[in-house]
Design a protein around this ligand. Structure first.
Ligand SMILES: *Cc1c(COP(=O)(O)O)cnc(C)c1O
Length: 411
């Protein structure tokens, strides 16, 4: 497989895909814009399109395919569970669901009384967190400028980007946005006063362009929420599940949340979300009849998540994410046209010297590398945690020769 060349198709090499994209265009809502390619299969960090072109996937389905594509242990676990019991409804318990919840509590080193709610996506996990904030009996939620928490109405109400919000006004009340700075947070907390229910933030803002929140801000958020008897909610939908080289990004900072939301990498490609509520108070906040979802924690989804967590441990993927991430960072930082590389582990934002990320990402796909431009001057890498150094080197070489030229020409 590694002897095969990368995609170097001309126009003629995308024909089949083009026909399917026309069908797509006529059948699917236009919520995502035109897809880059039609993909047909994947293996490890590689995917193939409908015309047989091969790509190194450095986006990993947006930080989802933690084990890469079609990992044998993950496939075997899902297959075995589907042959046994795929769904049962929450009138019943299943062992995979129990095991997943126990495992998340253990990996989060969450204290006695901690509890887990299982769901199906990031936005749903944050929706549950929003309801927990309301259950404090207070109203104000402070969120950060640049923050992204999902597209359902509650999660969208805590998401900052105006273009995403504006068409759907009015959103939920009493969400206040502050710049990610200690002074701004302190001022907002002071004006919320007794009404402060929660502060929500991502330890590293993903959609904003992989922007780490400072340790000072995390510590201030922890201290202020404790003092005001409010919840500190950390959205680890993107940063969680070994992405940063730690099981959860907040573990790198020593600042522990009251509520942590997870999704993306948790199911390794199967839709799974989770809320971890730390300690007695948060763990008991949503009670019988107050929340639920039909698919949440179904045994098929739980088996996929358990297989993902097991493989991360058995294959040493925390260490791999750290090592390959550092390798990428060191090599990319040294390139002309690259200003900085932000993030941790295998969640990296390549800061470009010019707003050329869209052009770089487009050229990268044409050359056989899938990357993503979350902001005009950032290229995001959130590949499989199994990415090898040799695979990383292929992209580093392309960036050195081609990617950075696009940046310097645009500067
Ligand atoms: C992707 C993402 C979400 C939304 O998750 P969905 O599964 O798309 O609903 C929420 N928060 C963060 C930080 C994310 O990166």
């Amino acid at each position: 497989m590694n002897g095969q060349p990368l995609a170097t198709h001309g126009e003629a090499g995308l024909e089949r895909g083009r026909v399917e994209l026309q069908r797509y265009d006529h059948a699917l809502m236009g919520t995502y814009g035109e897809p880059l390619r039609v993909l047909t299969r994947g293996e490890g960090s590689w995917v193939w399109d409908a015309d047989g072109n091969r790509y190194l996937d450095l986006l990993g389905g947006i930080a989802v395919n933690a084990l890469g594509h079609a990992h044998p242990a993950w496939v075997a676990a899902i297959t075995a569970q589907a042959q046994t019991l795929a769904h049962a409804s929450n009138f019943f318990a299943t062992e995979p669901q129990i095991r997943l919840a126990e495992r998340l509590i253990e990996l989060a080193q969450a204290p006695h009384g901690s509890r887990v709610f299982l769901c199906n996506s990031g936005t749903e996990a944050n929706e549950a967190a929003f309801k927990m904030a309301r259950k404090t009996g207070k109203g104000t939620i402070i969120a950060l400028e640049g923050g992204f928490h999902g597209r359902s109405m509650g999660a969208l109400s805590m998401t900052h980007k105006e273009a995403l919000r504006a068409p759907f006004a009015p959103l939920l009340e009493r969400v206040v946005f502050v710049a990610p700075e200690v002074g701004a947070l302190e001022a907002a907390v002071a004006s919320a006063g007794e009404d402060l229910a929660a502060v929500i933030l991502e330890p590293i803002q993903g959609e904003a362009g992989v922007r780490p929140v400072s340790h000072d801000l995390l510590a201030a958020a922890r201290e202020l929420t404790l003092r005001h008897d409010a919840l500190l909610i950390m959205d680890e939908v993107q940063t969680g599940v070994a992405r940063t080289g730690a099981w959860f990004a907040h573990q790198l900072t020593g600042v522990r949340p009251d509520v942590m939301t997870l999704a993306k990498g948790l199911g390794g490609g199967f839709p799974v979300g989770a809320v971890v509520a730390f300690g007695e108070r948060a763990g008991a906040m949503l009670t019988k009849g107050e929340h639920g979802t039909t698919f949440g924690g179904n045994p098929l989804a739980a088996a996929a998540a358990n297989a993902t967590l097991d493989a991360i441990e058995e294959l040493g993927l925390l260490a791999n994410a750290k090592a390959v991430g550092e390798h990428l960072r060191t090599a990319l930082e040294a390139l002309d046209g690259v200003v900085e590389v932000r993030g941790e582990g295998l969640m990296l934002g390549i800061g470009l010297a010019a707003p050329a990320s869209a052009a770089v990402a487009r050229a990268a796909v044409d050359a056989g590398f899938i990357v993503n431009p979350p902001s005009p001057d950032t290229i995001r890498l959130v590949p499989a945690l199994t990415l090898t150094r040799a695979e990383a080197d292929l992209f580093i070489a392309w960036m050195a020769e081609h990617g950075t030229r696009i940046v310097t020409e645009a500067a």
